[in-house]
Write a protein that binds this ligand. Structure first.
Ligand SMILES: [Zn+2]
Length: 51
């Protein structure tokens, strides 16, 4: 089952999915949460999002 990327600031679930074996760093995006809108980097290691 894929997991969804969450904003580390407000916890909003972004419409971006990752899988058990995903590795990710260096990609920045802006939170779509209504009152948040902060930029954060997606860091995924061993299938878990780290902050
Ligand atoms: Zn947010």
């Amino acid at each position: 089952m894929p997991k969804r990327v969450k904003c580390p600031y407000c916890g909003y679930s972004m419409p971006i999915f990752y899988y058990e074996r995903s590795v990710c760093r260096g990609i920045k995006l802006k939170c779509k949460g209504r009152k948040c809108g902060k930029e954060f980097e997606i860091k995924i290691k061993d299938g878990d999002q780290i902050k």
